[in-house]
Design a protein. Sequence first.
Length: 164
Amino acid sequence: MILIFSNYKENDLLKRLKMNIVSIKIAFVAETLPLISNLNLIENITLPIQYHGIKYDMRQLNDDLRNYNLYDKMYYRKDGLNEIEIFFTKYLMCKYFGAKVIFFINQFHYFVNCRELFYDFFNKQYEKNFVIIEKEIYKNILTKNLKNYDEWNLEEWLKKGLRI
């Protein structure tokens, strides 16, 4: 896992990342990339993969929904979900899209009241395709509780490319 801490504004950061990464499939979990409010949870997850013609296993998706306590809410729209459920929905969108790298940008504040859930999520899902970009104010809290991380500077990381 590579943790990158940055004080860039989120929109500027998204533009910089998109400009520097061209050759691989990436996905973002960020506040500025919302769910489509007219669609329910399951439609939000499957719309990008159906649009791009990506095959997926519906049984695996159902298992993931159960793991994140979203199965009973699969037909809820965005306004019926809390922030943590929206976070997991965005993550599942990225996972089933088949992104090689998933960027989590400024998501820690969603979990301020339930940090253990956040740490458990990253420790259980640990793979080398996660990048967390977080504000400096959460840096010490986040790194202290997560295992297996290397901290890089954003500029250094962009120069070296995605050697994950």
